[in-house]
Design a protein around this ligand. Structure first.
Ligand code: FAD
Length: 455
């Protein structure tokens, strides 16, 4: 028996591969539905910013006339996956894992949950990495007569017809939410402490994409798989290209915004202090148009304090607002329960994290994760398949335990956004891959038994 924690994209992917390899499993999910992020994020404009044809699973690529799709559509897709592959009946909803303890004498995990204990030989952790919303504290916030709400607590059903909304943030969430909120608010100001690089796309799938999707629907799979590889290789090439030639990349973004905003606005609101792809690049749909029309008003300044009816900015300017929506992201937490080996709690801060799948000193434990700058599944699926190879090898050779030693490794994340740097000391340290899925998938996930400790 294998215990999988979480029924988000990672846990569902793990369940699919366990079933495909005939390993019995159970999925323990704290919530009351599948989807994780795509079930809980209900704010206005919530959607992905990776091409969904690539972000969807390789075993069920998604066909759509649009490149990026909304959260409801992603949630429906994930429901269809658990139904089609008979995963649903293996999921125990409303079951939160409290502790997971591995006993090296018994070579077995005991998983304590809110609904009893489970025992298993292997543990696959798909608990995600966003935990609690990050809510910065501002002086005077308690005196504000209006409402301060984080996007995490916001439902897209709400409207603000005659209210002045201030949206705080400059990352993907703010860029997705701004055009949607502008349509249902009296006025909308996007208040950012510092600018981001924002890339506006035409969300229509290209003729090539539609053709591959059409052929896939007719049972010809090869073009679709080639398309997914092409999209990944293209995105990796852009990532490496921008990082290698930052001046060209900066020029590219200036050109992208020229004609939409004045030179002064470009300098003030769309010219970050860092270079493109040092942080994740928010992908916009309809944002340029909303800015051009004045439906989204940009403001770049630091919040100094709140008063009863305004936000006071550094420099003294007062921004009137009835609702202040915080698009300020999440705290990162890779292990959202107590992890123990032989009764001793594992400190996962800075732990060596081999290929984004195995942690040092934690036997029979797999945690598939994605890369920061690309679609999550491009690595989470590859590392899940890597775990299956290990488990199959163990079954064939009658082995009971696999692990790697705990040791110090150097780790510099491929991108350095504030949300990552804020929690970096407590995060696992990834190594054993190049962080470029198009190459990693070909070269870095070959299974070499001699690199692991088996018993
Ligand atoms: C608005 C938004 C947009 C995003 N867009 C993209 C994008 O375009 N491309 C991309 O690659 N990534 C994107 N991401 C990142 C996204 O979170 C990941 O791609 C992916 O969804 C992570 O899936 P997961 O299953 O690992 O984690 P989650 O989706 O967080 O699911 C984890 C699941 O585990 C459950 N769980 C947690 N702890 C426990 C416990 N102790 N016991 C039992 N169950 C537990 C949770 O309830 C949840 O259902 C986005 C994230 C957000 C918030």
């Amino acid at each position: 028996m294998v215990v999988v924690i979480g029924a988000g994209i990672t846990g569902i992917g793990a369940a699919y591969y366990l079933r495909a390899n005939n390993f019995p499993y159970v999925v323990l999910e704290a919530d009351d539905d599948v989807g994780g992020t795509w079930y809980t994020q209900r704010w206005h404009g919530a959607r992905c910013d990776s091409d969904f044809v690539k972000y969807s699973y390789s075993f069920k690529p998604y066909s759509s006339p649009r490149c990026l799709v909304e959260r409801e559509e992603i949630h429906r897709y994930l429901r269809s996956v658990v139904e089609e592959f008979c995963i649903l009946e293996h999921i125990r909803f409303g079951t939160r894992v409290i502790t997971a303890s591995f006993d090296t004498a018994e070579r077995c995990w005991t998983v304590q949950t809110t609904r009893g204990a489970f025992r298993s030989k292997f543990l696959i952790n798909g608990n995600g990495y966003f935990s609690l919303p990050h809510k910065p504290t501002f002086p005077g916030a308690e005196t504000f007569a209006g409402e301060i709400v984080h996007t995490f607590d916001l439902d897209a059903g709400r409207t603000f017809p005659s209210q002045h909304v201030v949206l705080v943030g400059s990352g993907s969430t703010a860029v997705c939410a701004a055009p949607a909120l502008a349509g249902i608010s009296g006025s909308l100001t996007m208040l950012q402490r510092s600018p981001s690089y924002i890339y506006e796309i035409d969300n229509r799938a290209t003729v090539l994409m539609r053709l591959c999707q059409y052929l896939y629907g007719r049972g010809v799979g090869f073009p679709m798989h080639a398309l997914r590889r092409y999209l990944q290789a293209r995105d990796d090439a852009i990532f490496v290209g921008f990082r290698s030639f930052p001046r060209v990349a900066r020029w590219y973004f200036r050109r992208h915004w020229r004609g939409t905003v004045s030179r002064a606005e470009l300098e003030e609101h769309f010219t970050p202090s860092y270079s493109p792809w040092e942080q994740r690049i928010p992908v916009a749909i309809g944002f340029k148009d909303a800015v051009r029309r004045g439906a989204v008003r940009m403001k770049t300044a630091t919040i100094e304090r709140f008063t009863a009816d305004a936000i006071v900015l550094a420099g003294g300017e007062e921004l009137r607002g009835d609702i202040c929506i915080l698009a300020t992201g999440f705290q990162l937490d890779f292990v959202q329960f107590e992890l123990r080996v032989d009764g001793v709690e594992v400190d996962t801060a800075g732990i060596n994290f081999y290929k984004g799948i195995m942690m040092g000193g934690v036997p029979n434990y797999f945690q598939p994760v994605g890369v920061w700058h690309s679609a999550w599944t491009q690595r989470s699926e590859t590392s899940t398949r890597f775990a299956m190879k290990i488990m199959k090898f163990m079954a064939v050779h009658g082995l009971d335990q696999v692990g790697i030693e705990r040791r110090a490794v150097q780790y510099t994340p491929a991108i350095t956004p504030e949300y990552l740097m804020r929690d970096l000391p407590k995060l696992p340290r990834l190594y054993g891959s190049w962080e470029l899925p198009s190459l990693d998938n070909l070269f870095r996930y070959r299974f070499a038994p001699q690199k692991l400790n088996f018993e």
